[in-house]
Design a protein around this ligand. Structure first.
Ligand code: PAF
Length: 284
């Protein structure tokens, strides 16, 4: 696998592939790659003839009190894992390459509405940072398709919406969440958990599973949300939100909506964990 840091080198490689009629897939990441990311790469390899993985810890999507400085970085390990997975090219730009004139003057991309709720409500500006960097990465790599994990379900919908609204010729594909055997969704931020917290962390998945079962059994949304939040608190997680939403657009569900998603964010120690489960509600 080749690795490039500069935009000209990336563009040169992409141009050569395009000339040869290749179909290009892209997996944007912030590095510290785990099985969830590698699943995206492997899936991309089944859908495209060339796969570019990007590794960039995007300062624009972190709030001033968030974990930008502590975000885990494992460049050699990432390179080895991507090579083993069969990735064709790693694009690892610097902050200066991504934001040559500084972040303050960077043109931003905002997907209104869906960016302001759930994680967006507690992380103001986060999804502007995500949409902006993904828009730039799409313009840099010019992929035919791009893959994102469903663990970040709100992020996936925002990116899909951005690509549709801005007529970007990129197919945005969601890939199911990869979990540890005890149910915990894989995340780079799991590295922040102490060994004791790691044993508590699957409570998030268990609370969401119970909520999904409750919805499938026809329990009312407010009851399901309240019980899931109580279960998290019992397990000593600090819920930021537990919310049942319409899966298509994260709107508040009406009684007629069947395809739902239950989403939660919670702190455990210094780790902010997120997860979600899709559920089909029976006809009332
Ligand atoms: O999910 C992530 O790792 C990041 O938010 C992304 C999509 C790579 C943008 O920085």
């Amino acid at each position: 696998m080749d690795m490039v840091h500069d935009l000209d080198d990336l563009r040169g490689q992409v141009r050569a592939w395009r000339t040869a009629g290749e179909h290009i897939g892209c997996v944007p990441t912030m590095g510290n790659l785990h099985e969830g990311h590698l699943t995206l790469v492997r899936q991309a390899l089944t859908l495209a003839s060339r796969v570019v993985t990007t590794v960039f810890v995007n300062p624009l999507q972190f709030g001033p009190t968030e974990d930008l400085a502590a975000y885990p970085s494992t460049p050699e390990q990432d390179q080895a894992r991507l090579t083993a997975a069969g990735c064709d090219l790693l694009f690892a730009p610097s902050v200066a390459t991504m934001y040559p004139d500084g972040q303050q003057v960077q043109t931003r991309v905002e997907v209104p509405g869906v960016s302001d709720i759930l994680c967006g409500a507690s992380r103001p500006g986060h999804f502007i940072g995500v949409a902006t960097v993904v828009c730039k990465l799409f313009n840099m790599v010019q992929p035919d398709l791009a893959l994102f994990g469903e663990k970040d379900f709100q992020q996936l919908l925002i990116i899909r919406r951005m690509a549709a609204d801005l007529a970007m010729p990129v197919d945005v594909i969601g890939v199911p969440t990869v979990r540890d055997p005890d149910g915990l969704a894989m995340s780079s931020r799991n590295a922040y958990l102490t060994s004791e917290e790691r044993t508590q962390a699957p409570a998030l998945y268990h609370a969401l599973s119970a909520a999904a079962q409750g919805l499938a059994a026809g329990l009312p949304v407010p009851r399901v949300e309240t019980e899931a939040a109580a279960a998290l608190a019992m397990a000593e997680l600090r819920p930021v939100y537990v919310s049942v939403r319409r899966a298509a657009d994260l709107g508040e569900p009406t009684a007629a909506d069947r395809e739902l998603v239950v989403l939660a964010a919670a702190y455990l120690g210094r780790a902010r964990l997120i997860d979600n489960l899709r559920v089909s509600r029976p006809r009332g």
